[in-house]
Design a protein around this ligand. Structure first.
Ligand SMILES: Nc1nc2c(c(=O)[nH]1)N[C@H]1C(S)=C(S)[C@@H](COP(=O)(O)OP(=O)(O)OC[C@H]3O[C@@H](n4cnc5c(=O)[nH]c(N)nc54)[C@H](O)[C@@H]3O)O[C@H]1N2
Ligand SMILES: Nc1nc2c(c(=O)[nH]1)N[C@H]1C(S)=C(S)[C@@H](COP(=O)(O)OP(=O)(O)OC[C@H]3O[C@@H](n4cnc5c(=O)[nH]c(N)nc54)[C@H](O)[C@@H]3O)O[C@H]1N2
Ligand code: SF4
Ligand SMILES: [Mo]
Length: 757
């Protein structure tokens, strides 16, 4: 028997936002080991359990390798031509008869982790031409886009904490010890936080749970869910009251400071403390510490976005950074400069606005070209002109990840036609008439279009495919390109190369227009074996550090990145104000009118009766949203899908650790195992999201053995942040009751179900 050769390959981990470098051991066509790449310029050998399971995850036997077509209530494997023929027959008549808005799209989280998502969704969306575009952004970070849009003129100008140089970091509603960070790409976030302390700095965590990040912090403050805007306004109030406002070098680039002072008058620490639960003295103390620290940064994430006043909260995070002079300075919060982007040279622009169109049923405004996913079920269920009849998902599992998912699950069952681009037959894709599975990440090239623009240090890395193409599989860029061509009527057999070529031509035409060099000359210089590589080469060479197609020798290009498999370090973040600003005034506009008008609502809600018990979520190091529960190494150990309850609440509600309890909200009801712990504050219960793998018709054999329950059965599709349309997923009013059942009974009943089929 021939011995298979073993080799080492390097690849960026595509599993979360940290962008770690992996060192893979490859035997034949299998990744047999994955560890941290010690020579990687950004991650320096760090790896987490998910990255270490890269081999198991990519080789998961349940991962689809061929397309599926639904026949009755079963899915059957078919060839690619047949799958696209089904799509043509299903989709084209709907488009022709009912128009583009009858087709909705949902783009899930992994699109920001694939080159196909970064490059090939735009043409697909254009081809369909629908206004019914939805994505995971409106159950995640849309408030940050909107607040940055108003402040800096571009929803993509998101400053990140300069964690490697800061003296004081205030973290609100983020748990980077488990999540590895988000909207702040920082491989080994825990190590970087420990380094803050090692060099004499401090970090403080504000969270209704004592998370692992909170345990390592210099201080942890509990906060009542959904009330961070009050805490932050209390800090702003104190900064003015105690004359601590100091814009530093930002003075002259900021407008609206006096208006902020006026707005903050209503939010003294004494006024807000009762609502948010943070003591008056600590609110003042935080303001003083932020102002006194040589450098400081406020950083907020999921707990500041997926809440009722998500945009105001995200805005206030930056307002505090501005007022303490920490925006755009080393050690504060700064704007990264990614290699594939070109910096603007002068400040100013059209600014940011929302509401170019509105959703049909609830009239919710468009934001960044999409509508809130919280209203997707309305659009499918409500008859009339413009009703959604067909649905395309790419890398998404909205049946587990969006609010009132029980309702969405039923709505998907009533569609005329559905296509999913996804490697799994899961809770969402089980509704699809056709599932198109992309080849796994070992056969994909990787460049982080999203996260290199959010990295706490500028760097660039490209990983070529580790394994050759699977002759019977299909690359995700090809899948999306062919889908685009089918949608526009080029026929089921359309060749994706047609679109690849057109896209490269368009990119080169733009360079040609800007430089005066003939596109054909440029084309001859483009490097790359795959279509995505060629598009990346053009972006890199014309980007911030690029070789400008030879005009700037030594600059970046695809070839340069290929020659540096551990990445290319581009140095610490640099100040970018004012040229980064795209507001009409060319300044940081602190008080955009839509923001100011929502402050009235925030003030009115101060006296609101607080709910007795509210639900928040949580993340675990070995999960990633809904789709990593099918890998044995990632679900072994203790049941993680538990309802955490504080001992005081447990006693009041007669709940016992290990027993089941029913949890009921306006939207739905479920039964979960109780875990009594003082890691949550009184009045708050916590359940992770992404579980509930016990629906019929899926192919998730490992996940089904430990299904857990779907927390989004409880979240309410009618609760959204007014300015961004983002769903409220934290601070959900719930009632919890003991059911008198032991969890162990439930587990054995479930095991029985699985055996039956
Ligand atoms: N209650 C509550 N709900 C939440 C959250 C919360 O904190 N609490 N968090 C929210 C957040 S932040 C997010 S980002 C969303 C995520 O919401 P979604 O993006 O809808 O859900 P995921 O679980 O990330 O689903 C990813 C899907 O992509 C597929 N996939 C994996 N890799 C690839 C690939 O390479 N290509 C393709 N085409 N598909 C792939 C998986 O099989 C899976 O179906 O969930 C949100 N939902
Ligand atoms: N291991 C793992 N890593 C992940 C993911 C995963 O599922 N698992 N998902 C990835 C994705 S898609 C994202 S977007 C990121 C998210 O990254 P993070 O935001 O760091 O992740 P979370 O663990 O959701 O942290 C949110 C914290 O907010 C707290 N919280 C809830 N409500 C409030 C509130 O009102 N105020 C305050 N101050 N805190 C509140 C919660 O208790 C929780 O600790 O993680 C990414 N990385
Ligand atoms: S932290 Fe994120 S990028 Fe790094 S190994 Fe883990 S999953 Fe991969
Ligand atoms: Mo997310």
């Amino acid at each position: 028997m021939a011995v298979e050769a073993t080799r080492t390959a390097y690849r960026t981990c595509p599993l979360c936002e940290a962008a770690c470098g992996l060192q893979l051991t490859v035997t034949g066509d299998r990744v047999v080991a994955a560890r941290g790449d010690r020579d990687h310029v950004f991650s320096h050998g760090f790896v987490c359990p998910k990255g270490a399971a890269f081999g198991q995850l990519t080789a998961d036997p349940d991962r689809l390798r061929r397309p599926l077509v639904r026949r009755g209530d079963r899915h059957e494997e078919v060839g690619w031509d047949e799958a696209y023929a089904e799509i043509e027959a299903g989709l084209r008549p709907i488009l022709e008869r009912h128009g583009p808005d009858a087709v909705a799209l949902y783009l899930g989280n992994p699109n920001v982790h694939t080159m196909a998502g970064g490059l090939y969704l735009a043409p697909l969306l254009r081809a369909v031409g629908t206004r019914n575009i939805f994505s995971a952004s409106t159950v995640d970070q849309m408030p940050k886009h909107v607040s940055c849009g108003y402040l800096y003129g571009s929803p993509l100008a998101i400053p990140v904490p300069d964690v490697d140089r800061t003296d004081f970091l205030l973290i609100l509603g983020a748990n980077p010890w488990e999540s590895n960070g988000s909207l702040a790409t920082a491989a080994d976030f825990p190590g970087r936080l420990k380094a803050v302390q090692a060099r004499g700095g401090r970090f403080v965590v504000v969270d209704p749970r004592r998370t692992r990040t909170a345990e390592h912090a210099d201080e942890h403050l509990f906060i009542r869910p959904g009330t961070d805007a009050y805490l932050l306004f209390g800090i702003v109030h104190t900064l003015f009251e105690e004359d601590l406002v100091d814009l530093g070098p930002l003075a002259g680039h900021v407008t609206g400071v006096d208006e902020i002072r006026e707005l903050a008058r209503a939010f003294s620490p004494e006024t807000v403390s009762g609502a948010c639960g943070v003591p008056v003295e600590r609110i003042r103390g935080l303001a003083r510490e932020l102002a006194a620290a040589p450098t400081a940064a406020v950083y907020g994430r999921i707990g500041t976005c997926t809440v009722e006043f998500g945009t105001l909260t995200s805005w206030l995070v930056d307002v505090v950074n501005v007022l303490t002079g920490n925006l755009d300075r080393p050690g504060g919060v700064m704007f990264p400069m990614a290699a594939h982007l070109r910096p603007q040279t002068r400040p100013g622009g059209k600014g940011f606005r929302v509401g170019r169109w509105h959703s049909r049923v609830r009239g919710l405004p468009e934001v960044k070209g999409e509508l809130p996913v919280a209203t997707l079920a309305d659009e499918i269920e409500t008859p009339g002109e413009g009703q959604v009849r067909a649905f395309i998902t790419v890398a998404g599992n909205p049946v587990l990840s969006t609010p009132n998912s029980g309702r969405l699950d039923r709505a998907l069952g009533g569609l005329d036609f559905m296509v999913s681009v996804d490697p799994y037959l899961n809770e969402t894709t089980r509704h699809a008439d056709v599932v198109l599975p992309p080849t796994d990440p070992t056969r994909k090239g990787h460049y982080d279009f999203s996260f290199l623009a959010l990295a706490v240090r500028n760097f660039a890395a490209y990983s070529p495919p580790v394994l050759p193409p699977d002759p019977a599989g299909m690359d995700e860029c090809d899948i999306l390109a062919r889908l685009t061509l089918v949608v526009t009527g080029q026929g089921a057999g359309a060749d994706p190369a047609v679109l690849h070529d057109r896209m490269l031509d368009e990119a080169l035409q733009r360079v040609s227009a800007a430089t005066g060099r003939p596109a054909a000359d440029l084309r001859a210089l483009v490097s790359g074996e795959q279509p995505a590589e060629r598009l990346l080469d053009v972006a890199l060479r014309t980007g911030a550090y690029g070789d400008a197609f030879g005009a700037r020798p030594g600059g970046l290009s695809l070839d340069e990145l290929l020659a540096n498999p551990h990445g290319v370090d581009l140095g610490p973040l640099q100040p970018r104000i004012p040229s980064v600003l795209r507001t009409p005034s060319g300044t940081v506009e602190l008080c955009a009118p839509p923001i100011v008008s929502d402050v009235d609502r925030l003030r009115a809600a101060l006296d609101r009766q607080r709910d007795e018990l509210v639900l928040v979520g949580r993340r675990h190091l070995r999960s990633n949203n809904s789709w990593m529960h099918n890998v044995p190494a990632l679900i072994k150990g203790r049941d993680r899908c538990t309802l955490q309850v504080h001992p005081v609440d447990a006693e009041r509600l007669a709940l016992t650790d290990g027993d089941d309890a029913s949890v009921t909200s306006r939207a739905g009801s479920l039964s979960a195992r109780v875990e009594v712990t003082d890691a949550v504050m009184p009045g708050v219960v916590s359940l992770p999201h992404g579980w509930g793998h016990d629906l019929p018709g899926t192919r998730l054999s490992v996940a089904a053995t430990r299904p857990g329950v779907n927390s989004n059965v409880l979240t309410d599709e009618f609760a959204t942040d007014a300015l961004s349309g983002n769903s409220v997923l934290n601070g959900i009013p719930v009632a919890v009751k003991a059911t008198g059942t032991r969890a162990s009974d439930r587990v054995s009943a479930r095991a029985g179900d699985v055996l039956q089929g």
